[in-house]
Design a binder for this molecule. Structure first.
Ligand SMILES: Cc1cc2nc3c(=O)[nH]c(=O)nc-3n(C[C@H](O)[C@H](O)[C@H](O)COP(=O)(O)OP(=O)(O)OC[C@H]3O[C@@H](n4cnc5c(N)ncnc54)[C@H](O)[C@@H]3O)c2cc1C
Length: 393
């Protein structure tokens, strides 16, 4: 059976997905396989995909799945987001998938949740349509995991905010039209942080460097600089100095789509590997003829199923508006670590072919390495779980 049909059939067996989810899956899968996958090598090589991909994602309704229709979205729930995140991996470029997920599920949900009509009309709605590219600016050259100590400042001057500082590792950063930006508006520590919507055509803003990465080559990642950048104070999102809380809330969705996408991506590589092992012969038989190979494959399949169920448990809680921090944190930790293990083992099972650029597993091996780092490292996930379980000393 072809890998693509295995991929689609698997998800039909879960009761939470009905014909409407399958329709969305088919839309995403067809788009990925017909319009994106054929360009994967070229876009990876170019270190960027065309801007029109955002427009097309907007047309297909993928950039505002949970956003109310009033702002151009589809007003659907997290199971549809799950279907979207899981199917996007069929484009075969984790970089492109990440860029779109940043737009739909990392930089904009907070606007939908706490923004006013001005924020929604001017930033959310164009992003949902794919007309404006969004980025999320939290990490800085000196501060990543330790978000509470970020240094980029926003000083109130009359009706404006004047921003100074730098951000780094920002996905979509070289061509974003606006950045959902974390800034210091108050005292040191987590109580002095705010979120603002920063238009990148503001004077004093500069993309200082497009960063060359280990993987995720089709997406752009940038270092940004802000020098006396004046933006209207009305671009402040929610309450001043409540930004740390908003960022932590926002991380939940980011981590959940990250976990879903990495488990689905690893599953795709495992499916490809099963097919490879079926076809490849050694010592007069198919690799599947060796018990050790078969056992490895089903072990990885079983572990991925467990990780997927953990993700689905988190999705179910989020959908029912329950606290899901524990489950999301576990899903990101377990899903991310497992995805790396699965892809590494799959590369090994490909032998020399796995090391060759023409096999998707080699790209996946580089791309997957990001998941235990971006959006909060595995160590930070463990720290959060330590706190939740009251084990801090
Ligand atoms: C490709 C890519 C895309 C990204 N996109 C974005 C983006 O769009 N927007 C954005 O804001 N950021 C983005 N990031 C940044 C990412 O979120 C950070 O890299 C991540 O949060 C880790 O921060 P850091 O790199 O500063 O590492 P550090 O915080 O310096 O950590 C270094 C090491 O120390 C460990 N460590 C830190 N604190 C502790 C602790 N308390 N206990 C134990 N270990 C600890 C970490 O786990 C890690 O192993 C991106 C990063 C990459 C690589």
């Amino acid at each position: 059976m072809a890998v693509s049909s295995q991929h689609s059939i698997r998800y039909r067996s879960y009761p939470q997905f009905g014909p409407e989810h399958e329709l969305l899956r088919k839309t995403v899968r067809d788009w990925c396989t017909q319009e994106l996958r054929p360009h994967a090598d070229a876009w990876e090589e170019a270190r960027l995909f065309p801007r029109e991909v955002f427009n097309r994602a907007g047309e297909l309704g993928l950039l505002g799945i949970r956003v109310p229709e009033q702002w151009g979205g589809q007003g659907l729930d997290w199971w549809y987001t799950t279907a979207y995140a899981e199917e996007m991996v069929t484009c075969g470029m984790a970089g492109l998938t990440m860029a779109l997920l940043v737009q739909s599920d990392m930089a904009t949900p907070v606007i939908h949740e706490i923004g006013n009509d001005y924020h929604k009309a001017n930033f959310l709605a164009p992003a949902v349509k794919g007309e404006a590219i969004a980025a999320l600016g939290v990490s800085e050259p000196d501060v990543g995991s330790d978000v509470a100590n970020l240094r980029t400042t926003a000083r109130r001057v009359g009706d404006d905010l004047v921003i100074n500082g730098a951000k780094t590792y920002i996905t979509n950063g070289t061509r974003a039209d606006f950045i959902t930006l974390a800034v210091r508006t108050g005292a040191d520590g987590f109580k002095g942080i705010s979120l603002v919507l920063f238009p990148t055509d503001t004077k004093g803003f500069k993309v200082t460097k497009k960063l060359e990465k280990l993987g995720n080559h089709s997406s752009d990642t940038a270092e940004l600089f802000f020098e006396d950048c004046k933006i209207p104070a009305k671009n402040l999102l929610g309450h001043e100095n409540a930004g740390f809380y908003y960022i932590m809330q926002n991380f939940q969705g980011e981590r959940l789509v990250g976990a879903l996408s990495s488990v689905a991506g690893a599953q795709r590589v495992l499916d490809q590997t099963i097919e490879f092992c079926n076809d490849r012969k050694a010592f007069g038989r198919s690799l599947l003829g060796f018990q050790t190979v078969r056992h490895q494959l089903v072990q990885l399949e079983a572990e991925l199923e467990a990780a997927r169920q953990l993700c689905y448990r988190a999705v179910d809680l989020v959908n029912r508006k329950q606290n899901a921090i524990r489950e999301i944190t576990m899903a990101k930790l377990i899903g991310g670590e497992l995805a790396n293990k699965v892809v590494d083992r799959c590369l090994q099972l490909h032998g020399g072919a796995g090391y060759m650029a023409e096999y998707e597993v080699s790209r996946a091996w580089r791309d997957t390495r990001l998941i235990t780092i971006g959006g909060g490292t595995s160590e930070i996930m463990r720290e959060i779980l330590v706190k939740i379980h009251g084990l801090s000393k």
